[in-house]
Each structure stands twice: as C-alpha cells, then as structure tokens.
Write a protein that binds this ligand. Structure first.
Ligand code: SF4
Length: 334
C-alpha cells in the first residue's frame, strides 16, 4: 500500500487497484490521499525553478521549491516545520517565529506533490525541456530547522529511501548545528547515512551569534569536537559533510572572514564549503557582488579547502527560505 503512494499516475485511493474495492472506498472516506493542498505555484522566468505554497489540513502554509539543473535533473527543497524558532537574522522564516513541527506525512507529501506536478506538467509539455519526471535530490533546506524535528525528519528520510529510487547520498539535511541532535544522530542506528550540511555563515563566534541567535560562545570549538566523532564513526561519510556560508555584503564577506573560514575548515579537516549568494529579503542585508564572491572563493581554494559557489536560482519568485510565504501571509492579513 505504501508503494502506491509514490506510484506514477495514481492520484487517489480509488486507483490503488491492488486493494479490495471496499477497502479503497473506506480509505477514500477517511484518509486524505495527500496531507497538503496546492495554494500557489510560481515559476521563474528561466523556467528552471518553481516555488509552491502548500496548505496543511490545519490551514498552516509552508513552502517547497523545485529546481532543474543543467543536466535536466530535478531537485526539491522541503520544509520541516511551520516557521522556525532559530531566528537567523538574514532569513524570512526566522522572522515568522515557530508554529509547529511538520509530520512525517507532511514532509514526504512535499516530494509527492512535486512528483505529481511533474507528471502532470511534463505530459502537457509545460515544464522545461526534460521528459524526466524523476526527482534526483532532496534537500531539507526549506522552512524550519530539520534537527529540531528529529523524529519526523528521520522517518520521512527512511520512507523516501524505502519507497523511491533516491539513495542516501541524494538527500541532504541542512542544520544550524543543533549539537544535542547532531550527537544523537551519531548514536542512532536508525539515522540514514544522508549528507549533512552545517550552516556556518561565520567562523567568528561573535559574528556568528549576531547572525544566528541559536549560536553560543563555544559553538565553533564544540563543532570541531563533534566533527572528529563524526569522522571517527563514519569514515565512509567524510565526503558528505558540508559547511554552508551565505555571503552577506559588508558582514561576513571580507578577506579576514575568508581567512577565518579557511583556518576553521582546516581545523575540521576534510570538509566542503558551499558559498551561497544571498537572496535579498526585506531586511538589512545585501548580496555580495560576483567579483568579490569569487575573490572569497579563491582564498579558500588557494588555502586547500574544497569550495564552490551555489548558483542563484529563482530570485524573481522569492525562492529563498520563507520569502514567499511571508509575503503571502502579510498580503492575507492586509
Ligand atoms: S535559516 Fe533555517 S534555521 Fe535559520 S531561521 Fe531560517 S529556517 Fe530557521
């Protein structure tokens, strides 16, 4: 029955013909096929990014994003909470505050929503050039802190791995670095060997606390200790640890910041740094210009750190975390 939820072309219990008719009717009456309802879907001008606002059964709204890479493969970014308690100062979701955790179904249904969206739109020829409706990557980088909703996030990953063709290296969980949860997952036999991305955003304790109020004085040292344990226990997962670093003009983008990041990355060892161009929201931060971002990247690379700059996608549809939902909620309030 579980597999039917992910089967192409099936859009309701009545179509699950492997089940007896009376059972299908009972399921249709009692259990919604999908826990989320489409509210808005926007597409970028380049047609490589779509952002959806989905409505939960209690009326809460969440965001999820679909992106197509140069090879025509699809990735999705999913939310794990309604709002977020972490309060990162550069993030639109952080300004909303925390409402509640999403359930396992609500997380997995973001995947099912995009699968069904691709099936429908690819057959009508509307989405991009690719005929491939397979989603090849899932990133937990939408609304919320995934590790603050540990059980539902873990269970949703387990379900995706069991019911789709996704492998563990195709799923990334991005976290501000909630150390109790990071320690817990090291000892958790049920935690799948997915990639982890830790949002660093500054290798200076004071500056990081200003950007991320969930940070604290000893965070960076504690993180180094944790990464040692991680590498010790998961030797084969070494390559799966990434630091995310949003480049904010005049805040964490100076040469001195790049050098601090370089030194910190060297302390950790084999880690990949992913520089992220800032997608402006209605707050005080501004994005860095491209030339300066490249200079920052070069400092890291020359120092021997594996580093990349993420391609900015979907700027015209407010694709950064929480941007669209906050606009819609404030519009609904007006
Ligand atoms: S960046 Fe992530 S963890 Fe920070 S406030 Fe936004 S959603 Fe929460």
């Amino acid at each position: 029955m579980e597999r039917a939820l992910f089967e192409k072309g099936i859009s309701g219990w009545e179509q699950v013909t492997t089940l007896p008719k009376s059972f299908r009717t009972m399921l249709s009456e009692r259990i919604p096929w999908m826990s989320l309802r489409e509210s808005i879907v926007l597409e970028s001008r380049k047609k490589d990014t779509k952002k959806a606002i989905l409505e939960c059964e209690d009326g809460s709204k969440i965001e999820t994003v679909l992106m197509q890479n140069a090879r025509g493969h699809w990735s999705i970014c999913v939310s794990s909470q309604v709002g977020c308690a972490m309060g990162c100062t550069f993030c639109a979701t952080g300004k909303m505050g925390f409402t509640r955790n999403l359930s396992t179904d609500e997380i997995v249904d973001q995947f099912r929503f995009w699968r069904s969206h691709l099936d429908t739109n690819l057959s009508s020829g509307e989405v991009g050039e690719s005929r491939n409706s397979l989603i090849s990557n899932v990133v937990f980088m939408g609304m919320g802190e995934p590790l603050a909703n540990y059980d539902a996030v873990r269970d949703s990953i387990v379900l995706l791995l069991r019911s789709t063709s996704l492998g563990p290296t195709r799923i990334t969980v991005s976290t501000v670095g909630l150390l109790p949860a990071l320690r817990k997952l090291l000892a958790d036999p049920l935690w799948p060997s997915v990639r982890l991305a830790i949002s660093l955003h500054s290798a200076d304790a004071e500056s990081r606390k200003r950007l991320m109020p969930s940070s604290f004085d000893s965070f960076l040292d504690d993180l180094v200790t944790w990464t040692r344990l991680y590498f010790e226990r998961n030797e084969e997962r070494r390559r799966h640890l990434t630091f995310e670093y949003i480049l904010l003009r005049g805040v964490n983008d100076r040469e001195e910041d790049a050098r601090k990041l370089l030194l910190f990355s060297r302390r950790v060892g084999k880690v990949r740094v992913n520089l992220i161009p800032y997608n402006s929201t209605a707050n005080d931060y501004r994005e860095m210009d491209e030339k300066e971002a490249l200079r920052f990247l070069l400092t890291l690379k020359r120092g021997g750190v594996m580093a990349t700059i993420r391609k900015a996608m979907g700027k015209d549809i407010a694709a950064a975390c929480g941007q669209l939902v906050t606009r819609v909620l404030s519009r609904d309030r007006d």
